[in-house]
Design a protein around this ligand. Sequence first.
Ligand code: GDP
Length: 298
Amino acid sequence: KKQSWLSRLKSGLAKTSANLNIFGGTTIDEELFEELETALLVSDVGMPATEYLLDELRRKVKEEKLTQPSEIKTALAALLTDLLAPLQKNLEIGRHNPLVIMMAGVNGAGKTTTIGKLAQHLQNNDQTVLLAAGDTFRAAAREQLAVWGDRNKITVIAQESGDPAAVAFDAVQSAKAKNINVVMVDTAGRLPTQSHLMEELKKVKRVIGKGMDEAPHEIILVIDGNTGQNALAQVKAFDETLGLTGLIVTKLDGTPKGGILAAIAKNHPVPVYFIGVGEKIDDLQPFVAEEFSNALLS
Ligand code: GDP
């Protein structure tokens, strides 16, 4: 089972890997460093992290007197693992009852899919889950969610009036009354302007806090790993507005751009709780720096 998602992750990052065949040569020279720079940039590692990795690599080559390109690959994998390690963190459940998780993300990032995956993950860990449908402007979408909730034993709180902050508040009250373990508050992914979106999200956060002290306990942004530097811009913007506690990076099974995690680690580190490695309900995996680094470079 593990092999299958890991291989999907690897093949998703295949373009980088192909470029990194530069390690097949016989000498460590300037050309190798240049090719490496291109490969890292193509996989969306971004300039600051690329420069950092290459500087460290040159230092290691000197210090450890490396002579073989294959040794460079091992050294780079270790450097990348160290760079990514601070992003590795578990989502801890059971600290609050209910634990209130606010989910944010722009449309198309995979937020709805991820909420389903996360709900199942939580249930597998013996948690009861309630979902606040704060992104349901259409009646049809609300009904669909209700059906999904019934099927998966997840209470879905929605409201015709559609005030997302009110829906979130009701959800927290309802979870307390029903002694539910985890509340997931879904939020809008698109509003007329970005400032409207950010204002609405701030309001949802504030109103959740009125329903329960210290809540929301987690504010998780879902980003599409395929959108490269754009994903990094989203991390910055949402973190500045909301104060993110974690990220879930989706679609890493289908992208050569997985280097974006290195860019996040270097430029704006926020813990990565999970990565999305497919469209199915169980295609959600904890982020493990070493595993990821090896997949990126394999
Ligand atoms: P939302 O607009 O953010 O709610 O996005 P959706 O959850 O509707 O997802 C948008 C598309 O991305 C759908 O076709 C999903 O199946 C797909 N998707 C979501 N997560 C993943 C993932 O980890 N891997 C792949 N390959 N597709 C994904």
